[in-house]
Design a binder for this molecule. Structure first.
Ligand code: CS2
Ligand code: MG
Length: 401
């Protein structure tokens, strides 16, 4: 029987910080898992190195479910982004190994293709409305069928506005403190979403991310106000710790709702799904316990007419993107996949991965996930301390970023 011989944790910054787990079996087969948690990378690296890796050596790599249960229930302390990201990395690496041993792409192990490709959306943004419209035009010309639109709000924070070629919010070691005015945002955001529809029409999906900034009644007001924009979804309209709070939004608007990128277990989204308080669940391979757990969340969602819409920002590595596309290809209730192309340096370390064509992503037709990690190249990109920004209202009090 093949056993796990090594579990190595790599922390590097090719374009941005990534934490990658590489599991190697006694037969020399390797599997990769993404363990990146934006702004808390070293916490997950330590969890893996100090508490998980020693327990993996000698285990049967084929026992994916048993390993998942062992790491989740055996830790006593359950749930939370650090724990679930560490478990996700191990789980994803074991699915990669299983695919390589079977000689099959991972989606074939998940039931095979349910669709020809994975519809994606990317991010258009601008410091003002003309710049946003120019950016939407660029993505339409690039063949995107779905585009998220975000613009800087005069007198308020500029959430979601790209500062260079690649969007990356974690810009400084100490959190950048951004101003936020709900009133200015609620007055301005509908106008630029309407401007996008006015300029480009309704021949593509338009999305918008509120990023946890509103109260339920404010979110209900926004959802109602933008109904004529026919959004594909309004994302993270309000913080989701209190899942029941989404019922108030639901009572006031037909604008579809997406939640979940910051949620890490089925228990954190279960009420939202079973009560149909959301239309899309955004949990990801890297933060929601890997392929094994994410598939459980997606299956629960399928029973309640909730579709998938996984997170896919640049702080999720090419390993997560590949694993997401394998899962997206197979599940019956796929909705859409977020796709923010990584920086060029990232491809110097993560070899292979998904392919973009005609507004969709396609997995590598090779055994496993189809990504390899170049540890030697990674040494050229040392870790850089980075934190996500935080937000303060105009009166100086802390707001949700
Ligand atoms: C955003 C992310 O992609 C999104 O929908 O919410 O950019 C998010 O801010 C980052 O992934 C946080 O690390
Ligand atoms: Mg988001």
């Amino acid at each position: 029987m093949s056993t796990i011989e090594r579990a190595e944790v790599f922390v590097a910054s090719p374009g941005r910080n990534f934490v990658t787990l590489r599991v190697t079996t006694s037969d020399g087969v390797t599997g990769l898992g993404d363990a990146t948690l934006n702004g808390r990378e070293l916490a997950v690296a330590a969890y893996l190195r100090d508490h998980v890796a020693p327990q993996l050596v000698g285990r049967d790599p084929a026992r994916i479910e048993d390993t998942w249960q062992y790491l989740y229930r055996g830790a006593y302390w359950r749930r939370g982004p650090v724990t679930m990201t560490a478990i996700a990395a191990v789980d994803t690496a074991l699915w990669d190994i299983k695919g390589k041993v079977a000689g099959l792409p991972v989606y074939q192990l998940l039931g095979g293709r349910s669709r020809d490709g994975v519809l994606v959306y990317s991010h258009a943004s601008g410091t003002d409305v003309p710049a946003l419209l120019d950016d939407v035009a660029r993505f339409r010309e690039a063949g995107y069928r779905a585009i998220r639109a975000q613009a800087a709000v005069p007198g308020s924070g500029s959430y979601g506005v790209r500062k260079g070629a690649i969007y990356e919010p974690a810009s400084a070691a100490v959190p950048e403190e951004q101003l936020w005015s709900t009133e200015a945002y609620l007055d301005f955001a509908p106008t630029y979403l309407e401007a996008v529809r006015e300029r480009f029409g309704f021949g593509f999906h338009l999305l918008h991310d509120v990023h946890h900034r509103l109260t339920p009644i404010e979110a209900a007001r926004l959802g109602k106000r933008v109904e004529d924009c026919r959004l594909f979804w309004l994302e993270d309209p309000t913080p989701a710790e209190n899942q029941e709070s989404f019922r108030l939004i639901r009572q006031h608007t037909t604008t579809p709702i997406a939640v979940g990128e910051a949620l890490t277990s089925i228990w954190d989204v279960g009420h939202l799904i079973t009560e149909q308080l959301v239309d899309y669940v955004r949990t990801s391979v890297v933060h929601a316990g890997g392929i094994t757990h994410l598939r459980r969340i997606f299956d629960l969602a399928a029973l309640h007419q909730v579709r998938t819409g996984s997170h896919g920002a640049t702080d999720l590595s090419p390993v997560t993107l590949a694993a997401a596309v394998h899962l997206d290809l197979a599940v019956p209730n796929f909705g859409i996949q977020e796709y923010m192309p990584h920086a060029p340096e990232t491809a110097e370390v993560f070899r292979g991965g998904v392919r973009f064509a005609d507004g969709m992503l396609h997995p590598p037709e090779v055994p496993g996930l189809g990504v390899e990690y170049d540890a030697e190249a990674a040494e050229r990109f040392p870790y850089e301390p980075r934190s996500l920004p935080m937000a303060r209202r105009l009166d100086g009090s802390v707001h949700d970023w």
